[in-house]
Each structure stands twice: as structure tokens, then as C-alpha cells.
Design a protein around this ligand. Structure first.
Ligand code: MN
Length: 260
């Protein structure tokens, strides 16, 4: 074993480094994004028991799961969006695995998102963050801390009004900067999807999906515990299930981080 890995194991065992779970529980109560009525909807999570130490299987317990690829804490692959559909290696089973691990840059806009549910992160916000924390390195995860994961229940989390959902997200200027000039792995958010609730009205519509996936970048939605990460200095591991031709997948997202 190399010294680096020995040191890592040592730091984890002593608690110098912590493993932080950035994943929401996945179950029947998991909120799912709702689309306008003219579009097909993704179902919520459901399951049926195959057996549970009973006549159907006296010594074992297992279930059949039924859920959309984009349910709960999940990964968006580039093929998810029309802009990324013709890229090579753009599906869950073909993405290069080294792209599932990278340093995390955490931008805290929890204060702004509390007073403005439609808050959009702009390129200016990112440049201001870089003034303090340094330039976002290539192949890093950009995590948007909004504290949205602390909202209780589906109604508060989805935050629907008559004109649709309201939650923070990215201005097109931010997505362009991150994809084209910073070359990040992708973005991670605490909300149900990587775009703002009202992002259908932006230009382009749904800029985080449109621009990031068009550039071969990933999305992580419905993360939590971002308040336990420093602005820089942690590592995020986010590996989707190897679903053949998959557009995304629920996953366990872990961070390795120093104590705050
Ligand atoms: Mn998704």
C-alpha cells in the first residue's frame, strides 16, 4: 500500500478525517420532482417484498424496487439532457470511473436562499467566492449549499406555488463559467434537481441541465449535510449504479472531510 493510502486509513481511524454522508434516505416518503401535466411523470419509490423469512423464502428477506432513475439523492449523467445525448461515454455504464471522485468546492448561499427561494447563483458570485477561497480546480465538484435539505416534508421541499416550484439554482452565467472555464466534474445541490424551480423561463431553459450536460458534466441532486463541509479541502465520491444506457441513478454520496 502506498504511503498516501496508509495515511488516509490512519486519518480515518483516528478521526482526523471524517466520512460524511451527503445522501438522503431513499423510501416511500422520498419527494419526486413534478413536471407540467403535458409531460410524463416519474413515479415515487415503491417496493414489494419477495420474501421475509416466510413461506416465500424462509431464511431470507429481499424486495423488488420500483422507482425512476432520478429519485432522491441521485446522479444525472450527460445523456439525461438532449444537449448531452450525442457525447461519447455519456451513460451511467460508460462514464470513466475516475470522474466519480474529486475535490469539493462548497459555495454557501443558505442565507440568500432563505430570503429568496428563487435565488440564482451567478458567475459574479463564483468569482467573489474564488477571491476568498482560490480558483475552483478542474475536475472538482461544485456543491451549492442552500440548506434546502433541512426543509421538512415534501411540501416544504418542493415548495410548489400556482406558478410552479420555487427553489434556488444556477444562473446561465454560472453554469457557463463552471463548465467551460473551470472544467468541473459537475454540480451538486440540496434541491430536487440541479436547476432552479423557475428555470424553465431562463435562457437557455434549465441552464444547469442544458449547459452542464452539453459539456459532459454531471449533476447530483437532493444532497444533504453540505453544512458539514468546509469551502475547500474535502473530497466527494459519487459513483452511480452501472445501469446499462442509464440516464442517472440513485446513489450513496460520501465526502471525506477534515473537522470544521
Ligand atoms: Mn436528475
Amino acid at each position: 500500500m502506498t504511503t498516501i493510502l496508509t495515511d488516509l486509513i490512519q486519518a480515518l481511524s483516528t478521526g482526523e478525517l471524517r466520512v460524511i454522508d451527503l445522501t438522503q434516505p431513499l423510501g416511500e416518503q422520498t419527494p419526486v420532482i413534478g413536471l407540467p401535466d403535458i409531460f410524463a411523470q416519474s413515479p415515487g419509490f415503491s417496493r414489494e417484498t419477495i420474501s421475509r423469512y416466510d413461506d416465500a423464502g424462509p431464511m431470507w428477506y429481499w424486495n423488488v424496487l420500483h422507482l425512476g432513475e432520478h429519485t432522491g439523492t441521485h446522479f444525472d449523467a450527460p445523456v439525461h439532457w438532449t444537449t448531452g445525448k450525442d457525447l461519447s461515454n455519456n451513460t451511467c455504464d460508460t462514464l470513466p470511473v475516475e470522474q466519480f471522485i474529486g475535490p469539493a468546492c462548497v459555495i454557501d448561499v443558505s442565507h440568500e436562499s432563505k430570503s429568496n427561494h428563487d435565488f440564482l447563483l451567478t458567475a459574479e458570485h463564483i468569482l467573489a467566492w474564488e477571491e476568498i477561497n482560490g480558483k475552483i480546480p478542474a475536475k472538482s465538484w461544485l456543491l451549492l449549499r442552500t440548506d434546502w435539505s433541512k426543509r421538512q416534508g415534501a411540501d416544504e421541499f418542493l415548495n410548489l406555488s400556482e406558478d410552479g416550484p420555487h427553489n434556488p439554482g444556477f444562473d446561465p452565467s454560472a453554469s457557463k463559467l463552471l463548465a467551460e472555464e473551470r472544467d468541473v466534474l459537475g454540480v451538486g445541490v440540496e434541491t430536487v434537481g440541479t436547476d432552479a424551480g423557475q428555470a424553465g423561463a431562463l435562457d437557455p431553459p434549465f441552464p444547469s441541465h442544458n449547459i452542464m450536460h452539453g459539456a459532459g458534466k454531471f449533476g447530483l441532486a437532493s444532497l444533504c449535510n453540505l453544512d458539514q463541509l468546509p469551502p475547500t479541502g474535502s473530497i466527494v465520491i459519487a459513483a452511480p449504479l452501472k445501469i446499462v444506457d442509464g440516464s442517472g441513478s440513485p446513489l450513496r454520496v460520501l465526502a471525506i472531510a477534515p473537522h470544521l
